[in-house]
Write a protein that binds this ligand. Structure first.
Ligand code: PEP
Length: 253
């Protein structure tokens, strides 16, 4: 099945509102003709308004980096689905490994956030991936399976087809170490088989991005693998020219 390539930039805790606006203005010019890819930028909450304005009328979609599961209430520091939607957000990253590592995110909280995002009509980008210790002890598949089964519990196949999964081996994030295309493909094929076990044929429509030191020089080979449908990009998304080159490479241009 042909799946539309999706490339998303995770800006993490980078770019003020004016820096974000500037990046998107440059990116708009750089991506002319690349609209066969779905292109997303995920700024920090404080830059979302400026980025949504700058991206208006362009093919660039805007995502958030987190979402809370409750509709409102006493959750200091959190942001609800409705707050995101009414700010012009369409996508949301859920369960990034930095949130799992530093902020106590678990498969259960991923599941709650995912349900809130789906109920609001947002497109969730759900991150999974093993640490180096887990890979070296032969636990990669077991970790991915539990992240998927627990993270996606109670979701039906129709909702699932809207979910984007990002396979991000933790040891490859921000380290300059990329999974080889064969290694990444094997993990993606395993993830798709788990999705098929949960959602049947809907798994064939679900996009699975690779993330972890993806850059223009390796994007083409990674995204040409049969089960790799795009990328979730950290460092290389912070410069418009580099991000646009990466998108071009991912599309095989
Ligand atoms: C990420 O954090 O989602 C990521 C993939 O980062 P980097 O591209 O910098 O490795």
């Amino acid at each position: 099945m042909a799946r539309r390539v999706i490339v998303a930039g995770n800006w993490k805790m980078n770019k003020t509102a004016s820096e974000g606006r500037e990046l998107v203005e440059k990116l708009k010019a750089e991506i002319a003709g690349l609209d066969d890819a779905e292109i997303v930028v995920c700024p920090p909450f404080t830059s979302i308004g400026a980025v949504v304005e700058a991206a208006a009328g362009s093919p660039i979609g805007v995502g958030a980096q987190n979402i809370h599961w409750a509709p409102n209430g006493a959750f200091t520091g959190e942001i609800s689905a409705d707050m995101l939607k009414t700010s012009g957000v369409t996508y949301v990253i859920i369960g990034h490994s930095e949130r799992r590592q530093y902020f106590g995110e678990t498969n259960a909280t991923v599941n709650s956030r995912l349900k809130a995002a789906l109920a609001a009509g947002l497109i969730p980008i759900v991150c999974v991936g093993e640490t180096l210790a887990e890979r070296e002890s032969g636990r990669t598949e077991a970790v991915l399976a539990s992240q998927i089964r627990e993270g996606f519990a109670g979701i039906d196949a129709k909702e699932a087809s809207r979910i984007v999964v990002a396979y991000e081996p933790v040891w490859a994030i921000g380290t300059g170490k990329t999974a080889t295309p064969d290694m990444a493909q094997a993990a993606h094929a395993f993830i798709r088989s788990e999705l098929r076990a949960l959602f049947g044929d809907a798994a064939d429509a679900m996009r699975i991005q690779y993330g972890g030191s993806m850059k223009p020089a390796n994007a083409r080979e990674l995204v040409s693998q049969p089960d790799i449908d795009g990328g979730l990009i950290g460092g290389a998304a912070l410069d418009a020219g580099t991000f646009a080159s990466l998108i071009r490479e991912a599309l095989g241009r």
